[in-house]
Design a protein around this ligand. Structure first.
Ligand code: MG
Ligand code: ZN
Length: 354
């Protein structure tokens, strides 16, 4: 059993471990290093079958390098099978809520998110996704709405939050004028612009609701992740960054295997950028997980040379199978074992001292 307590130290937390040593329970106190920064990476719809397939077909993934791995139960507050809104809200607020809910609890009232807590405590924050910033996963980190389809209202919740770096789509839902009033530099385009590091940044991939699929995006997600980390790491108090591989899920809904694995590979390139930074930095915790699995994907047969997989999807929706959580950096060991998805919020909050 673990008991965690914040100390006055910025960098350390004291752990009181109740260890059964044969002659009864003994309390062991030890201190572990705390992360200054957390990068939470969510592969939407990324289950073990999706990871297994991409790892096999691409001859390995960066994800395979992680040593601290746990499992998360994904049920929402009103259904065995979660949707992405309730799944992201569990990570952003630590509460199981109803499917479709964005940053609100079962009573439909707003809950404070990990990103809002980070901002309140002087950390920097960022959101990067390969879909609209108002979509369920990123939206649940700043929005507070009872229905995920309320994109205009979710965008309204964005202003005045102080979020420092954003890259994604959904431009039609946002007011460029309001973003400017809010102190943002905005940019629309696929490349990394020359940007003013002292200003908040909001970068749209294009003028549409969503960007194209991975095979047309180039290395956009990894490049945005690199720029986002560069921007946020200016804050010596630390940062919270959420990066989403949004379209792994859409490959599942479309039962399009190539779409699924190419999106996963694209997401893995962003993971590589984050991991390289964390290895050098030493103060960054990276968590890679999913909100749920999509498609009930099963890998039925295959060949080793050339590498090929025969698969089938058991549905066009989400499944209830547990999802992995991969962790690297200070605090990574807390994510080992089997947990509810809400535990991720509690551990991130504790580790950042929020
Ligand atoms: Mg999503
Ligand atoms: Zn989905």
């Amino acid at each position: 059993m673990l008991y965690l307590r914040k100390t006055t130290s910025v960098f350390l937390i004291t752990i009181l471990m109740f260890v059964n040593c044969g002659s009864g329970m003994k309390v062991v106190a030890s201190q572990i290093k705390k992360p200054l920064n957390i990068i939470l990476m969510i592969g939407d719809g990324m289950g073990l079958a999706q990871i297994s397939a991409a790892s096999f077909l691409y001859g390995g993934l960066t994800l395979d390098q992680f040593l601290e791995i746990g499992l998360l139960r994904t049920s929402s507050g009103d259904d065995y099978i979660t949707d992405s809104a309730a799944g992201a809200t569990a990570y952003s607020t630590g509460e199981k809520t109803f499917n479709g809910a964005i940053g609100v609890g079962l009573d439909s009232l707003p809950r404070v998110t990990i990103l809002e807590l980070a901002e309140k405590n002087g950390l920097s924050s960022g959101l990067i996704s390969t879909c609209s910033v108002t979509h369920a996963t990123p939206g649940s980190f700043f929005g507070h709405r009872v229905n995920r389809e309320m994109h205009v209202q979710i965008a309204e919740d964005f202003y005045k939050k102080g979020i420092d770096f954003v890259a994604g789509t959904g431009k039609p839902y946002f007011s460029i004028e309001k973003l400017k009033q809010d102190g943002y530099e905005t940019y629309t385009g696929v490349s990394v612009p020359n940007w003013d590091k002292s200003k908040k940044q909001f970068w749209f991939y294009n003028d549409s609701i969503h960007p194209p699929k991975a095979n047309e995006r180039g290395n956009w997600l990894a490049e945005m992740t690199k720029a986002g980390i560069q921007h946020l790491s200016q804050n010596k108090k630390g940062f919270f960054l959420m990066v989403e591989g949004s379209q792994i899920d859409w490959g599942g809904h479309d039962t399009d295997f190539n779409y699924t694995v190419s999106e996963l590979k694209d997401f893995d390139l962003a993971i590589q950028v984050a991991l390289e930074f964390a290895k050098k930095d030493g103060n960054t915790l990276i968590l890679v997980t999913a909100d749920h699995e999509t498609g009930g994907l099963s890998l039925d047969a295959g060949t080793l040379n050339p590498r090929s997989i025969q698969h089938h999807y058991s549905s066009t929706h989400h499944s209830g199978i547990m999802v992995p959580v991969y962790a690297f950096g200070p605090g990574a060991s807390f994510f080992k074992g089997t947990h509810e998805n809400t535990e991720v919020f509690r551990q991130m909050k504790m580790l950042l001292g929020l």
